[in-house]
Design a protein around this ligand. Structure first.
Ligand code: AMP
Ligand code: MG
Length: 405
């Protein structure tokens, strides 16, 4: 249903995302630093990683078994002329013999075949009888099979996780160049907010958005500046914003839904730039985008589920793109809905849900004020604007695991 007095059509989620990514690309974070691999988890690679090694560096055995030169084998048993363990440098294979060899050990020069130990018979005189047909190259990992010198194994703009770091380690890198951490200031606006640990007064609630955002931003590799609770007051808003000149982004929550109490908006309009977007997203909708004295500002709606969804789907990709990350949107998959949806909405809904036995199940209370729905959930179930659903129809599911890191 269109909202009373809504002058402009709602902005589709795709458009909001595209605009934010454009803004991000216009102010990339370019500074780099070199860090040891042990400190690079979650960081963004600043330059491509090019291998200066062949991997494996030499042909080696993929099995515990026996290495031989196939041309030397007439069908008769062969004498074992050496034993080669991983980490050893073998002598060339003596003609007419075989070598005992273990997984990962370098192949001796002259050998072109490894037979697994299960397929041989060791005779009482210690010679080895090969009982199965063999072919050249079997059970051998050739030099450079995985990586060649000069291969670009990781691209600039990739996020480093345990697997990428393992790959870098396998190529001998002790350090990598990563993009500097973005500095993000988190501002919680609202006269009603109190920090946990203090007693609640009349009309007060605990500040939960601060915890959600500070912890989430830290997981994204940001340096978090907790700018505390900001009362609904214009001079204080101006003053606090003015203190945050050294950050890459000011991220606030609350205050954007009520015109009169939108002191953030007033401050931005006076001393920076302000755009108020009305998004076709639920929970969510009002989003402040602008800057204060040139420092980018994103103002998220204050309801906890709205904060979560607009952070996950819009702010997270914006921040990652500022770091140069190419893939900023989460992978998602389609599952049949275990619920029906009768009311087509004018906003795209992101229901807090789970996948149980292959079907999307949603939390019974989808109010934007209910953070518990998201704690119960394992991801977001997407219901497109204008859509109704019968049980069993397919919906997109975006796992939180795709969004939280
Ligand atoms: P607002 O966008 O300021 O109108 O806030 C919308 C709703 O979200 C109100 O019920 C606020 O009390 C609540 N809210 C705003 N900020 C927070 C916060 N940091 N933690 C918990 N709830 C909040
Ligand atoms: Mg408020």
């Amino acid at each position: 249903m269109a909202e009373l007095g809504a002058a402009r059509p709602l902005m589709p989620v795709e458009e909001a995302l595209a605009r934010l990514l454009d803004l991000a690309e216009a102010s990339p974070i370019l500074e780099q630093e070199r860090v040891p691999l042990a400190q690079a988890d979650g960081r963004v690679l600043a330059g491509a990683l090019v291998s200066s090694l062949d991997l494996p560096p030499w042909p080696n055995s993929a099995m515990d078994g026996y290495a031989l030169r196939l041309a030397d084998w007439s069908g008769e048993p062969l004498t074992v002329s050496q034993r080669i363990f991983a980490g050893q440098a073998p002598a060339p294979l003596l003609p007419g013999t075989c070598a005992r060899i273990f997984t990962g050990a370098p192949l001796p020069a002259g050998a072109d075949c490894v037979e697994m130990q299960e397929n041989v018979e060791v005779l009482p005189d210690q010679r080895v009888r090969f009982a199965h047909a063999m072919h050249a190259g079997q059970n051998i990992r050739p030099q450079g099979q995985e990586t060649r010198i000069g291969d670009q194994v990781l691209d600039a703009g990739m996020r480093l996780g345990p697997i990428e770091l393992g790959l870098a380690a396998s190529l001998g890198f002790a350090q990598v160049s990563v993009v500097r951490r973005p500095r993000v200031a988190v501002l919680s606006t609202g006269d009603e907010l109190v920090e946990p640990g203090l007693a609640l007064g009349p009309g007060q609630i605990y500040n939960s958005n601060r915890r959600v955002l500070c912890s989430w931003l830290a997981r994204l590799g940001c340096e978090v500046i907790d700018a505390g609770i900001l009362p609904d007051d214009l001079p204080k808003t101006r003053q606090r914003l003015g203190e945050l000149t050294h950050v890459d982004l000011i991220l606030s929550t609350g205050g954007v839904s009520v015109g009169e109490a939108d002191f953030l908006g007033i401050a931005l309009r006076e001393e920076g730039e302000l755009a108020l977007w009305k998004l076709a997203i639920k929970p969510g909708k009002p989003l402040t985008v602008g800057h204060f004295h040139g420092v980018p500002v994103i103002g998220l709606p204050g309801n906890p589920a709205s904060t979560l969804v607009t952070f996950a789907l819009l702010t997270r990709p914006y921040l990652l793109r500022r770091l140069g990350v190419a893939k900023v949107t989460p992978s998602q998959f389609a599952v049949p809905a275990d619920f029906s949806w009768a009311r087509p909405g004018d906003r795209r809904e992101y229901l807090r849900g789970r996948v149980e036995q292959g079907r999307a199940v949603i939390y019974p209370n989808q109010s934007s004020g209910v953070l518990r729905s998201a704690a119960w959930a394992e991801g977001l179930v997407e219901v497109l604007e204008g859509r109704t659903l019968a049980e069993g129809e397919w919906v997109n599911f975006i796992p939180f695991s795709e969004l939280l890191g």
